[in-house]
Design a protein around this ligand. Structure first.
Ligand SMILES: Cc1cc2nc3c(=O)[nH]c(=O)nc-3n(C[C@H](O)[C@H](O)[C@H](O)COP(=O)(O)OP(=O)(O)OC[C@H]3O[C@@H](n4cnc5c(N)ncnc54)[C@H](O)[C@@H]3O)c2cc1C
Length: 354
């Protein structure tokens, strides 16, 4: 085969058990090809750090690019697991991903958005409201995220905190936590002003409610991991979905649960909703009398057998990883664990070579 023939090779990637398929060209990651063709493979960071896109290879050949060993270990790779965000196909392939459904994904668009509100919700959380252009629609599944496109090719991801806003000119809500020294969040908590125009791309992500199930839901959030969970709660209410849902929201101190009042107001409107706030490091002056400790452990205390549940977990990577590991021990089927880990640049520093 000549080099020019190699350049144009396209492979057919089939997904079991949904029977969906897409093609992948040379050099393009499996995930990029799937997103481009509207096949909703699961994923999170898109950068080999979080492991959310891991799925099983049933046949075919891949080559992995740079990724972290905690996202895909050598043993997992040898056992046929694939990290689709950094793997390219070397042949036709069959992958198994039980999270892929027949539902297509919404088109990914780039557009400007005007910042119309910056509201401080706690010492380190800012609520941003963005106005979309009046001639553009932006459809998404509640729970998905967008990327801000920053100077020098940088991108930062943030989850929409409101249920879908499909009409042109709609507003989007985001919840952003300040990471001191962070490229983007230093600006959000410093020089950023209302009326500023930001460029965004989206929607992305596979963290959204699966409506083909009636299982009771556990919603698990740490810090601003509450943002996509809030969108899902709004969606449940909007669509009158009455599946039992229990929200466990964890923070270090009570003020980290920056929309506690909002959640409590929903308890009256949504009889199927239960709410368990959990605080890990309360100080005496907080006078905290509620649940204490790690938020995912509170779930296990209340539900030692998770075999009949569906879980949606979002927040810092350590919480998401611990929940995935410990919930599997408590009988949660692996395909019933949906998650977005808020990986940042500091989580990506320890890349393994392929
Ligand atoms: C799918 C997804 C959805 C997300 N949704 C949200 C959301 O809704 N809300 C939210 O608050 N966050 C969210 N995040 C996290 C968000 O994308 C950013 O990672 C976060 O806001 C930090 O961005 P930053 O530019 O301020 O910090 P970065 O520049 O990425 O830096 C992050 C931290 O690492 C440190 N750091 C950077 N480089 C180095 C280095 N070389 N050595 C040592 N330390 C370093 C910085 O000082 C800082 O503290 C999400 C992430 C993902 C992947």
């Amino acid at each position: 085969m000549t080099p020019s023939e190699t350049m144009t090779t396209e492979f057919l990637i089939s997904i079991k058990p949904s029977e969906r398929s897409f093609t992948s060209g040379t050099g393009e990651t499996l995930l990029a090809a799937a997103i481009r063709q509207g096949v909703a493979l699961p994923y999170g960071c898109k950068d080999g750090a979080c492991g959310s896109c891991k799925c099983r290879k049933l046949s075919g050949l891949v080559q992995h690019g740079e990724h972290q060993s905690k996202a895909l270990s050598d043993e997992e790779e040898a056992a046929g697991m694939v990290l689709t965000c950094c793997a390219v196909a070397l042949s036709d392939m069959v992958l198994e991903s039980r999270q892929v459904t027949q539902t297509g994904s919404f088109p990914v668009k780039k557009m400007p958005a005007r910042l119309i509100e910056l509201e401080r919700k706690s010492a380190d959380v800012m609520l941003l409201r963005l106005q979309l252009p009046t001639n553009e629609s932006f459809s998404y599944h509640a729970g998905q995220y967008l990327d801000f496109m920053l100077p020098n090719g940088l991108r930062r991801s943030y989850s929409m905190a409101s249920a879908a806003a499909p009409l042109p000119g709609a507003t989007l809500e985001l919840h952003i936590r300040h990471l001191i020294g962070g490229v983007f969040t230093d600006r959000v908590f410093g020089a950023m002003k209302e009326k500023e125009i930001l460029r965004l791309e989206g929607p992305f992500g596979s963290f959204y409610l699966r409506e083909d199930s009636n299982k009771p839901i556990v919603l698990l959030a740490s810090g601003t991991g509450f943002a996509p969970i809030k969108a899902i709660l709004e969606y449940l209410q909007l669509k009158s979905i009455t599946r039992p849902a229990t929200l466990y929201w964890g923070g270090r101190r009570p003020q980290d649960l920056y929309l506690d009042d909002w959640v409590r107001s929903k308890l009256d409107e949504m009889p199927q909703l239960r709410y368990v706030p959990v605080v890990s490091d309360a100080l005496p002056e907080d006078q905290w009398s509620g649940r204490s400790g790690f938020v995912h452990l509170a779930v296990l205390q209340d539900m030692p057998d998770l075999s009949a549940y569906q879980v949606y977990a979002c927040g810092v990577p350590i919480m998401v990883e611990s929940a995935q590991r410990d919930f599997a021990q408590a009988g949660l089927p692996p395909e019933e664990f949906y998650a977005d880990a808020f990986t940042s640049e500091s989580d990506k520093l320890t890349k393994a070579t392929p």
